[in-house]
Design a protein around this ligand. Structure first.
Ligand code: SF4
Length: 197
């Protein structure tokens, strides 16, 4: 049998669609998850920042570098308090626990429980968050290897330009972030490999 030809993922919109397909059965697990919702620093690619700015979503650019959805509290002096480890995303509707910009949510949200992570030795990897209920249930049902295989296919089909944009944005975020309580509970899918284009 001939192997189906993989299609390069060139745009962020294409990536959103493919990730939605990867996670098409996640909703039930998200509904049943007891973890706090949507906390952390939600960073944006340039086009996402422009799109969400147009929509009126509050954003913050830090040190002329990466842009985030603005979810940070203020200090007494009125400055951003960036010391909060897990600020609740400002786009999360408190009552319904639903995302107020769901159709427009950025790549980091489409990706989760996949994401980029920096290992203790500085290596950047594509990683899977093992605390996620969806991941735990895939594992219980013996479906995790197949999921990981499909996730790797997606990663490996990113166009060099799109991969570079994602990784360079992540590097800028990582350079101003610290994780004082250690690495997340992740498993590494593969090292990030790319040549600058
Ligand atoms: S943008 Fe939406 S999906 Fe993403 S963290 Fe915020 S509330 Fe959650």
């Amino acid at each position: 049998m001939l192997k189906a030809e993989s299609t390069e993922i060139r745009t962020i919109a294409e990536l959103y669609g493919i990730l939605d397909e990867l996670y098409r059965d996640i909703e039930q697990d998200c509904r049943e998850c007891q973890d706090p919702d949507c906390m952390g620093y939600v960073w944006l690619l340039k086009a996402e920042a422009e799109r969400l700015y147009e929509r009126g979503v509050p954003l913050v650019q830090i040190n002329n570098g990466p842009t985030f959805i603005h979810s940070f509290p203020a200090t007494f002096q009125g400055k951003l308090d960036l010391s909060v480890r897990y600020p609740v995303c400002s786009q999360l509707c408190a009552g319904s626990r639903r995302c107020g910009i769901y159709e427009d949510r950025p790549m980091t949200c489409h990706l989760y429980p996949l994401g980029l992570e920096t290992k203790a030795d500085g290596m950047i990897v594509w990683a899977l968050h093992r605390d996620c209920l969806y991941v735990r249930r895939l594992e219980e049902r013996g479906l995790l290897p197949d999921f990981e295989c499909r996730a790797r296919d997606i990663i490996n089909n990113l166009s060099p330009q799109l991969l570079e944009e994602i990784v360079e944005t992540y590097r800028a975020v990582d350079a101003i972030s610290s994780f004082p309580d250690g690495e997340n509970n992740i498993s590494s899918l593969q090292e990030v490999r790319y040549v600058k284009v």
